[in-house]
Design a protein around this ligand. Structure first.
Ligand SMILES: Cc1cc2nc3c(=O)[nH]c(=O)nc-3n(C[C@H](O)[C@H](O)[C@H](O)COP(=O)(O)OP(=O)(O)OC[C@H]3O[C@@H](n4cnc5c(N)ncnc54)[C@H](O)[C@@H]3O)c2cc1C
Length: 381
């Protein structure tokens, strides 16, 4: 039976970030995952977009996202310095464009909302948008340039996090957690699929959209985390066409959010569908067709590019689409899950907040709006 100070269930980017930062605080950390560094980040576009992802009523999430975005440069640089691995962090900015007058009105409203919140976003005419990105369709009617919404490569980030954890002595158990162990009052660790027991001072549940499904988890400790499927395409930009796009480009096409994220290595990610299909990750002809059709409307030249990969992943969505961070109502069990469409963005801040909590027992106030107990309903006496 192995014992650690902190046991993290789930080695997606969230669990790995928490494990790395916690090990840096001098605690003995273990991670349980059949394939650490897998998960949704291997599919994600990796936009770091607190401003262009902002929805009305999500101001607390905006604050958390901005805090994470501000940390990203240093977080990525520290990972690279430690591991020698590039994370693909790129300060590109984002251009959100409108293809018709309704979209333009919506973007105008969003721009006004940004202004009220003091966020830096600049209104551009269609011509100004095309001057920034000449491959945009001639019909683009205007857009918002957000200079501080950047990108990172989720795959490279996950690989670098695994390496960083290993360098800091994090123990990896490459199997599934079969059940949470409790002594009735308190979480004490997990039973693995192999039958082995791992015990820990504190256990962190970071199993993405499977977090609430862990056997042994008492009722009411976590709300259901719903898997929200997203299909994504990866194209390659031949040298001949570079720079095809210079920044993240996004739009709403026929009511669906679409984005194109150009990487420094020539990859172009086009995403993503939003589907509530349980844990299904099938790539469908319809999903690929819609993405290509909408992307073609926005940037007609994409049809010239080689299509190199299609895949689908699951965003872990909480009931209010914001993450669950910090201690749960079960003593000894903390949560770092429910990051939905912002998990890549929120990795640095989640890692810092959880590591602070695990090292000191105090959850920083930045996490106050995101504690797991916000979903608890009082049972009437
Ligand atoms: C199509 C798509 C596009 C996206 N685009 C963006 C974007 O542009 N920007 C952004 O910020 N975010 C984006 N996201 C969201 C982001 O990818 C996720 O929020 C984030 O990756 C979630 O990470 P996680 O570690 O919490 O969960 P996951 O990635 O789901 O990882 C959970 C891990 O837990 C493990 N696990 C599960 N059950 C067990 C168990 N019982 N025992 C052991 N291990 C277990 C799994 O193997 C997995 O490795 C996107 C997601 C998708 C799908």
């Amino acid at each position: 039976m192995a014992h650690s100070d902190v046991l993290v269930i789930g080695g997606g980017i969230i669990g790995l970030g928490v494990a790395w930062r916690t090990a840096q605080r001098g605690l003995r950390v273990a991670v349980v995952d059949p394939s650490p560094g897998g998960g949704a980040a291997r599919v994600a576009a990796g936009m770091l977009a607190p401003v262009t992802e902002l929805q009305y009523g999500e101001e607390p999430l905006l604050r958390l996202g901005m805090a994470s975005n501000e940390r990203y440069g240093a977080f990525a640089a520290e990972l690279t310095e430690l591991t020698g691995l590039d994370t693909g962090y790129r300060r590109t900015g984002t251009l959100a464009v409108a293809l018709d007058s309704d979209d333009r009105e919506e973007l105008r409203e969003l721009h006004a909302f940004h202004g009220r919140l003091g966020l830096a976003s600049e209104w551009l005419t269609g011509r100004e948008c095309r001057r920034l990105e000449p491959m945009l369709a001639p019909g683009v009617r205007g857009g918002l340039h957000v200079a501080e919404d950047h990108q990172v490569d989720g795959r490279r980030l996950a690989t670098a996090l695994v390496a960083a954890c290993k360098l800091l002595g994090v123990a990896f158990h490459r199997t599934q957690a079969a059940a949470l162990l409790t002594d009735g009052e308190r979480a004490t660790g997990v039973r693995l699929l192999t039958g082995e027991h791992l015990t820990a001072g504190r256990t962190v549940l970071a199993a993405g959209s499977r977090s609430h499904l862990l056997p042994g988890l008492p009722d009411g400790v976590l709300p259901a985390i719903r898997p929200v499927k997203g299909q994504v395409l990866r194209l390659r930009i031949p040298e001949l066409y570079a720079p095809f796009l210079s920044r993240n480009v996004r739009a709403v096409v026929r009511g669906r959010h679409l984005y194109l994220v150009p990487r420094a290595d020539g990859e172009l990610v086009i995403g993503a569908t939003t589907e509530e299909m349980g844990h299904d990750t099938t790539v469908t002809a319809g999903g690929v067709y819609e993405l290509l059709r909408d992307a073609h409307e926005l940037v007609p030249g994409i049809t010239e590019l080689p299509l190199v990969e299609t895949n689908a992943g699951l965003r872990p969505g909480s009931p209010d689409n914001a993450p669950l961070l910090g201690p749960t109502s079960l003593d000894g069990l903390a949560a770092a899950t429910g990051h939905y469409r912002n998990g890549v963005l929120l990795t640095p801040v989640t890692a810092d907040l959880l590591a602070d909590y695990l090292a000191t027992g105090e959850l920083p106030t930045l996490a106050a709006d995101f504690t797991p107990d916000r979903f608890r309903t009082e049972v009437p006496a």
